[in-house]
Design a protein around this ligand. Structure first.
Ligand code: 5GP
Ligand code: ZN
Length: 138
């Protein structure tokens, strides 16, 4: 399988690595939202967040708590977004699970979640009910 991030793991594709250990690599995103935008990936290939084993996600999250503050300090950023895009429609272009750490600044122009809408009367309750039922069946 030809996977962009597996190629980064194997050094077939060069990257600017900022961290690596036996299980994970963190490297700079080639098209950063802001400079310092970092991706954390497991060396092992999993297609997305949902497909990734719990232990791997837990370790990845703990690692993000180490890397994100370092990115902030290095980039003199006051804030950051941590994101997993899951599925093409949500913007996932590379189907090897990755966590985005994106340094953010006041007025950097990246407005999240454009086009939000409000619920009509009763719609919020019925929506919550639908989701609760699905969670109960998991
Ligand atoms: P996604 O949209 O799948 O959540 O994010 C994939 C990210 O990977 C994008 O932000 C994109 O810029 C980055 N990316 C894609 N190909 C490469 C690459 O070859 N090298 C690096 N460093 N980043 C890449
Ligand atoms: Zn891969």
């Amino acid at each position: 399988m030809d996977c962009v991030f597996c190629n980064i793991v194997s050094w077939k594709t060069p990257s600017q690595r900022v961290y690596e250990d036996d299980s994970f690599i963190a490297f700079l995103d080639i098209n950063p939202v802001n400079f310092g935008h970092t991706l954390i990936i497991p060396r092992e290939h999993y297609a997305n967040f949902t497909e990734t084993p719990n232990e791997v996600l837990c370790d990845m999250t703990v690692l993000a708590k180490k890397i994100a503050p370092a990115v902030l300090e290095a980039m003199s950023a006051p804030a950051y977004n941590v994101t997993f895009n899951v599925g093409t429609e949500a913007g996932q272009a590379v189907h090897h699970v990755h966590m985005h750490i994106i340094p953010r600044y006041a007025d950097d122009g990246h407005k999240l979640w454009h086009g939000r809408s409000g619920y009509a009367e009763g719609e919020m309750g019925s929506t919550a009910k639908k989701i609760k039922e699905k969670i109960r069946n998991k």
